[in-house]
Design a protein around this ligand. Structure first.
Ligand SMILES: NCc1[nH]cc(CCC(=O)O)c1CC(=O)O
Ligand SMILES: [Mg+2]
Length: 337
């Protein structure tokens, strides 16, 4: 008789026993998603009273500051702790030097001021990277061969981050993947007395095709054309390399680290959390959102169940908070429990 069968003829252990009842399943659940885990990314447009649909991201829109403030009523009522702000910059304001990135009266800077004035408790995260502001759609300043210049880019990122802090951003989030930018930005923030402005470092950001719909949303896809970001964003084949990137950013003063994209990189999230025990955020990116939306729209998957399963998977992997375009829907679903 097999070893797992007792002499009396029954299995020595029955893990199914604890799965028999709903109450027992609830008691032994190891992880759960709550509204406190959510960060909602939003796209802001210049002008007034405009809302534009993003075809590859059903349910997500680009909107002007006045309209965004209306949406944020709902976001704050849902008790979502924070938003991440992304600008749609008009072509005329893009340049090789990305000067618009640190315009004190720029779109992001004005949006941050307006949001913090109306919703002082809502955490506002700004993206520190130059891709919305460059004519070529790369995240930095390029040389004549198109190579993104690290240190020249950092000089601009510092000014951008300072202008965000000055406008009232709670968290600046460098998503550019230049080497050494966390230390440089931390130093500038300290010098400027922005000692409590937090840094969320996109430390392990991969050169991913899952960013496609986002590039439509901020209309940088056309600028980027056939080019890619492989000389600064990480190779999806690499896991160990993420350790080095995270270690450096922490050493340089990052308060939180990010892994991006999300679901295809749960192993990276897990390893980073296990190894460093620091706040780890994950970005459930636009392409992941688009896949779930498209399959749901076709009736091929149960949207609510699949999304909540994805969210708890992030928690299981060790994520402290998740940037997701599903944040509002998840908050609504959780409220109905
Ligand atoms: N620095 C740009 C940036 N910040 C966030 C995203 C992608 C987010 C998403 O796909 O949802 C990107 C795109 C990119 O690196 O090309
Ligand atoms: Mg790095």
């Amino acid at each position: 008789m097999a070893e797992y069968i007792t002499q009396a003829g029954f299995p020595i252990k029955r893990p199914r026993r604890m799965r028999t009842d709903d109450f027992a399943r609830r008691l032994m659940a190891e992880n759960q998603i709550t509204v406190d885990d959510l960060i909602y990314p939003v796209f802001v447009l210049d002008g007034n009273n405009k809302i534009e649909a993003i075809p590859s991201m059903p349910g997500i829109t680009r909107k002007t500051i006045d309209q965004l403030l209306l949406e944020l009523e709902e976001v704050t009522q849902l008790n979502i702790p924070a938003i991440a702000l992304f600008p749609v910059v008009e072509a005329a304001k893009k340049s090789l030097g990305a000067e618009e990135a640190f315009n004190p009266e720029g779109l992001v800077q004005r949006a941050v001021k307006a949001i913090k004035e109306k919703f002082p408790q809502l955490g506002v995260i700004t993206d520190v990277a130059l891709d919305p502001y460059t004519v070529h759609g790369q995240d930095g300043i390029i040389d004549d061969k198109g190579y993104v210049l690290n240190d020249q880019t950092i000089a601009v990122l510092i000014q951008q981050a300072l202008s965000h802090a000055k406008a009232g951003a709670d968290i600046v989030a460098p998503s550019d993947m230049m080497d050494g930018r966390i230390g440089a930005i931390r130093n500038a923030l300290e010098q400027g007395q922005y000692i409590n402005t937090k840094i969320l470092a996109y430390s392990a950001k991969y050169a991913s095709a899952f960013y496609g719909p986002f590039r439509d949303a901020v209309s940088s896809a056309a600028n980027l054309g056939k080019a890619d970001k492989k000389t600064y964003q990480m190779d999806p084949a690499n896991g160990d390399e993420a350790f080095h990137e995270v270690a450096l950013d922490l050493q340089e003063g990052a308060d939180m680290v990010m892994v991006k994209p999300g679901m295809p990189y749960l192993d990276v999230i897990y390893r980073v959390k296990q190894n460093f025990k620091v706040p780890v955020m994950a970005y459930h990116v636009s392409g992941e959102y688009a896949m779930l939306k498209a399959a749901s729209a076709n009736g091929w998957i149960d949207e609510k169940k699949c999304v909540l399963e994805a969210m708890v998977s992030f928690k299981r992997a060790g994520t402290d908070a998740i940037l997701t375009y599903y944040a509002k829907e998840v908050a609504h679903w959780l409220n109905k429990y």
